[in-house]
Design a protein around this ligand. Structure first.
Ligand code: NAP
Length: 253
């Protein structure tokens, strides 16, 4: 068996829609077996799974809240039982609240975004390392964290809470990459700018991408497919000497 025909298994958190779904479809087209995680929209997740299977790979959907430790552990166990050992985690699940100034943010709101975007990313990364690290008997792999351009823009008057969670994701990427560098695990991050997905509806401005496109040097929003291409590159052996990198994909913003 050559390296490229070895089974490759990718678990994508928040894989039922947007950037996660585009990543699942491109991964399947590239021969990865795929586990699609979601929390609410079962139909969307099952549609992604059906399209992955149509590409000839094994695929499954698992409902799990990334902010709930027991959900995450069960998800990794179920994925491994059905698809075999994990070789890539795409830490993609993320949420956004309606635009607000910090002075108006409730503790409940802050806790929720921190729980999903930071705690969730940490728990999933932990479970991936426990399974993939050569120190633990694993065969290695890669982790791609989906951060945001918000981490360096700060998102004033919109969602500094969200931006700060992405700052934490960047730090997770930098630190974990160094921590597991000799354990055959690479850890990288992507920092998308304005990407045309449903997430903007949760900010209260569904047409946010069109509205802000004139502020982007390239004068347009990006697509989930464009981000997925970058994620696939960082997941694959094509990026074998890349770790601890935060790659902006934001049209120059
Ligand atoms: P999206 O279209 O809103 O999709 C979000 C996905 O995450 C859905 O599959 C959703 O599943 C899942 N999800 C939400 N909460 C979850 C939880 N607690 N546990 C597990 N899954 C959960 O979002 P997107 O725009 O593709 O964003 C994906 C990632 O890219 C996020 O981390 C986001 O912060 C980041 N990002 C997006 C943009 C952008 O402009 N779109 C820019 C920069 C960064 P259900 O529907 O089942 O809940």
């Amino acid at each position: 068996m050559t390296e490229s025909t070895l089974p490759r298994v990718m678990l994508i958190t928040g894989g039922s829609r947007g950037i996660g779904a585009a990543t699942a479809l491109k991964a399947a087209a590239d021969g990865w077996d795929v586990c699609v995680n979601y929390t609410a929209n079962t139909q969307a997740a099952e549609e992604v799974v059906a399209q992955c299977r149509a590409a000839g790979v094994s695929a499954m959907a698992i409902r799990a809240d990334v902010a709930v430790e027991s959900d995450v552990i069960e998800m990794f166990d179920e994925s491994e039982a059905e698809l075999g050992p994990l070789t890539c985690l795409v830490n993609n699940a993320g949420i956004l609240h309606p635009m607000s100034r910090v002075e108006d943010m409730s503790v409940e709101r802050l806790r929720e975004v921190l729980d999903v975007n930071v705690l969730g990313a940490f728990i999933c990364a932990r479970e991936a390392v426990r399974r993939m690290s050569t120190n633990n008997g694993g065969t290695g792999g890669s982790i791609v964290n989906v951060s945001s351009a918000a981490s360096y823009l700060g998102s004033p008057n919109e969602f500094i809470d969200y931006a700060a969670t992405k700052g934490a994701v960047d730090t997770l990427t930098i630190g974990l990459a160094k921590e597991v560098a000799t354990e055959s695990i690479r850890v990288n991050g992507v920092r998308p700018g304005l990407i045309d997905t449903e997430i903007h509806a949760s900010s209260g401005v569904p047409d946010r991408v069109d509205r802000l496109a004139p502020n982007v040097p390239m004068q347009r929003g990006g697509t989930a497919d464009e981000v997925a291409d970058l994620i696939l590159y960082l997941a694959s052996d094509a990026s074998s000497y890349v770790t601890g990198s935060l790659v902006n994909i934001s049209g120059g913003r």
